[in-house]
Design a binder for this molecule. Structure first.
Ligand code: APR
Length: 233
């Protein structure tokens, strides 16, 4: 059980594990391969320059899977936490699915982008909602400026989104909880260490993450089973 005081400011970080019980595979579990390709090999600017069609096939597959997925009790528990805490809760997700939004979390900060958005790779047109899939023989989407349209995803080697806002929230939080993330990818893997200098840090997942030493305590279990009973305020 995690006690939340009336003055606690809570930072929640979620990873692919919170969506596992909704049927979406994690990256580094057994479902981490796609056509025997590591996600690091297809979610990158190099892969995009080399074979944009292949990249769009990957994200089209993920759009199809995510469009069938529904929130699980883990997502629902975090939406309830937002209703209880209001602006004392900061929800940061590494996930690009929209399951937090479907569960009625209202301000999930998607540091790695959003699967159901696309953007022009060149001009200043802002990211736009896009649920389309782009697979052969469909042609690749083009912007009105003529450049290619890409998934609005932060690829390996690119800078995550909303970093300033995230670190401001980390600096203010007194309670940090990471859920369903292996602690292998920066900068998110270092958030717990950053928060630990100011407050309590907890992890929720079926196995200890790579950065387990950064946590005050790990609650081992599936987030859909642990989260509904975890918080007391
Ligand atoms: N509940 C909670 N956690 C779970 C569950 C579950 N039901 N099932 C699996 N997990 C845990 C696994 O133990 C693993 O530690 O979820 C974690 C998923 O780890 P990863 O697959 O590495 O996913 P994540 O940490 O979110 O990856 C970070 O890497 O590929 C990039 O950009 C991508 O955002 C992603 C980033």
């Amino acid at each position: 059980m995690i006690e939340i005081s009336p003055t606690d400011r809570v930072f929640i970080l979620t990873g692919a594990g919170i969506s596992a019980e909704s049927g979406l595979p994690t990256f580094r579990g057994e479902g981490g391969l796609w056509r025997n390709v590591r996600v690091e090999e297809v979610a990158s600017p190099v892969a995009w320059q080399r074979d944009p069609q292949f990249v769009w096939e990957f994200y089209s597959m993920r759009r199809r899977a995510a469009s069938q997925a529904r929130p699980n009790p883990g997502h629902t528990a975090l939406a309830a936490l937002e209703r209880a805490l209001g602006n004392r809760l900061f929800l940061c997700t590494q996930n690009v699915d929209n399951l937090h939004e479907q569960a009625s979390s209202h301000d999930a900060v998607h540091m790695h982008g959003e699967l159901f958005k696309s953007r022009c790779e060149r001009c200043t047109l802002p990211p736009f909602d896009d649920t389309n899939t782009y697979e052969p023989p469909a042609s690749l989407p083009r912007c009105e400026c003529g450049a290619r349209v890409r998934p609005h995803i932060c690829w390996f080697g690119e800078v995550p989104f909303h970093v300033d806002r995230i670190y401001r929230a980390l600096d203010e939080c007194t309670l940090f909880v990471a859920i369903g993330t292996s602690g292998m990818v920066e900068p998110a893997a270092s958030f717990a260490t950053h928060a630990r200098s100011r407050g309590r840090t907890f992890y929720v997942g079926p196995e200890e993450p790579a950065n387990a030493s950064a946590f005050t305590e790990c609650f081992l279990g599936k987030s859909g089973e642990v989260l509904p009973e975890l918080f007391r305020f």
